[in-house]
Design a protein around this ligand. Structure first.
Ligand code: FES
Length: 612
């Protein structure tokens, strides 16, 4: 054993590593490549990085004393611990990172392909004393003979051509984009033109490989956004950038590595060479956009919330080190405002909200930590971002978790019984956003809570006596007892959890009401509700309407559109017109800053009521 080092055992992973005494457990976990959640970025605020540790470690910190009523059972906060001697570590099931489902679009639409990338097969006449035209002009002349005027895009290509065309025996394929010759390939490679569309989300990054000629989706893959180890929400990550000298570089590197990992797996799956991937499009919220480009997002988080850039950005792949053809193009979607990014532009593009010319009023909602709300009618689009808080993503909920394996996603109360639907089956580990909405809807229906959200103790119906409990002076509802849950902890919906949900739902509902007011319309006029994003795909629309998260509209169709933002990114890959439209959308959307409106607080208070 290296002198001075101590052993750290992770029996659940059958791993042991050596660390120097004084090493933080957070760092040791990273070195052991064991991923656990650090939702607040290791600040000791969220209380969700629970582990059990036996051995010599630092004494419980004040943050642990505050958070862990289970200290006596040996549970600690991983972010607060320093290793002092040999230890064994056990991770709480709720603290484990597991990968969320890969979400793709649920919209079926035909995209007319008109990509920027064209391939032209050329057989060049060999140079002679009579035809001493230079090599580059020879290629350009041949292209011209086929009706294509294109100039070499860069010096690297000019350097490549002389040797290359001779090696290829003067038979080659020219790759052209927007009047620029940007690649030459040996032989006839027509039919091998690919692009990849990315949705760079705060939680996960999804990439979809597309055949640029046929429009066919060849493979999709996603990974957890590795930045999550610095905090689950974007505010924590922005503060990480401000508090670490290399914070921005670290976050940019991590997101690019994840993107490249996806490209590698997609090209392997579809048996496509990465050199034949010529374009990548990116949608994401404004903060992720800034991280990807290596732009400090500080001003997005402070008043008056100004992005560094809103318009679309086009780069060469080599400028960011994205692992497609290095002379290929990167098309980064434009933003609308600090809290409305290219992902919202992607949703508007994919759902045709901008181009539909009819009198129907359509409401699109993408709920995350920020809820993006879009109202569209006859080409006019108003949109806002409402600070819904993290409740819908399972954060700040005592037994909350993301929508991943082991999360309660459905709740039904029947005659004194609690029936729960758990993602991937088995015993529940916690409750995710859709489970929370379902649970509160059912509690309201069963009169266990009133419209103010207060848990009525004792319950009106005696059949719930066993489930409505009081602990330390506060009421709660027992969703799963220690015998019913994984990990032996009861899953209790507390009064605070319900308040967190009310804050989130109030913010969304207030945003909807204010946008309707902006158009001078009442909610009864809404013809269609589109639910975008992961939460929108999982939520039961009836429960959302029952608690008043969405207006209860008898005539309106409610439709989940899945990851519509990624479809927007695919459309921009396949169609030049769609890319132009994305830019027009960002210029034409009317953004409403809710925080600046005097009536927001009263709308929020009204929106927080359950069932209204
Ligand atoms: S308390 Fe440890 S990550 Fe939040």
């Amino acid at each position: 054993m290296e002198s001075g080092k101590v052993k750290l055992h992770f029996p659940g992973w059958q791993k042991t590593i050596l660390v120097t005494p004084g090493t933080s457990l957070e760092e040791a976990l990273e070195r052991a490549e064991i991923q656990i959640r650090f939702p607040c970025g290791g600040k000791g605020i969220c209380g969700k990085c629970r582990i059990k540790i036996k051995g010599k470690v630092s004494a419980p910190s004040p943050a642990e004393q505050k958070h862990l009523c289970h200290l006596e059972q040996g549970w600690r906060l991983a972010c607060q611990i320093l290793i002092e001697g040999e230890c064994r570590v056990q991770v709480h099931p709720l603290s484990l990172v597991s990968f969320p489902k890969i979400l793709t679009s649920r919209i079926s639409r035909t995209i007319t392909t008109n990509p920027r990338i064209h391939k032209v097969h050329l057989s060049l006449p060999g140079p002679t004393l009579e035809d001493q035209v230079d090599d580059l002009s020879r290629v350009e002349r041949s292209l011209g003979e086929q009706g294509i005027s294109a100039l070499a895009s860069d010096l690297e290509l000019i350097r490549k051509i002389p040797l290359f065309i001779r090696k290829a025996d003067l038979r080659l394929t020219a790759v052209v984009s927007n009047g620029k010759l940007f690649e030459v390939e040996g032989g006839d490679t027509r039919g091998n033109s690919f692009g990849v569309a990315f949705d760079v989300g705060t939680t996960s990054i999804v990439g979809i490989l597309v055949d640029l000629d046929t429009g066919q989706e060849l493979a999709a893959n996603g990974v957890l956004n590795p930045q999550i180890s610095h905090g689950e929400d974007i505010v924590t990550r922005v503060s990480f950038v401000q508090s670490h000298p290399n914070g921005l570089k670290i976050l940019q590197k991590e997101v690019i590595q994840a993107i490249n990992q996806i490209i590698k797996s997609l090209s392997g799956k579809a048996k496509v060479k990465t050199d034949n991937i010529y374009e990548a499009t990116f949608v994401g919220n404004t903060v992720m956009h800034h991280f990807l480009l290596g732009i400090n997002p500080l001003n997005l988080a402070i008043y008056p919330y100004v992005p560094a850039i809103e318009k679309a950005v086009r780069l060469k792949a080599s400028e960011l080190g994205i692992a497609i053809n290095q002379r290929g193009g990167l098309l980064i979607f434009p933003n609308v405002a600090a809290f409305v990014g290219g992902d919202t532009v992607g949703v508007i593009l994919a759902t045709s909200l901008f181009t539909r010319r009819d009198k129907k009023l359509r409401l699109a909602v993408d709920i995350g930590t920020n809820g993006e709300i879009i109202l569209a009618q006859d080409g006019r689009i108003v949109c806002a971002s409402s600070a819904a808080g993290p409740a819908f993503e399972g954060a700040r909920i005592s037994r909350g978790m993301r929508a991943e394996k082991g999360a309660i996603e459905r709740v039904r109360l029947r005659e004194g019984r609690v029936e729960v639907g758990v993602i991937a089956g088995g015993r529940p580990r916690g409750v995710c956003g859709s489970g929370l909405v379902d649970a509160v809807s059912e509690l309201f229906r069963e009169k266990i809570i009133d419209s103010s959200g207060r848990i009525l103790f004792p319950p009106v119906k005696k059949i719930w006596n066993r489930r409505v409990i009081k602990r330390e002076g506060s009421s709660g509802f027992l969703l799963a007892s220690e015998n019913e849950s994984a990990g032996g902890f009861p899953i209790i919906l507390t009064q605070n959890d319900i308040r967190e949900l009310q804050l989130g739902k109030g913010a969304i509902r207030a945003g909807i009401q204010i946008l309707l007011g902006k158009l001078g319309l009442q909610e009864e006029r809404v013809d269609e509700v589109l639910l975008a994003g992961a939460f929108g795909s999982e939520i039961d629309p009836r429960s959302a309407q029952n608690i008043g998260l969405l207006p209860a509209l008898s005539g309106a169709k409610v439709r989940s559109v899945g990851n519509a933002a990624s479809l927007g990114a695919i459309m921009a890959l396949l169609s030049q017109e769609s890319w132009q439209e994305a830019q027009e959308i960002s210029r034409n959307v009317e953004y409403v800053e809710l925080a600046a409106l005097s009536n927001f607080q009263s709308a929020l208070a009204e929106g927080m009521r359950i069932g209204v």
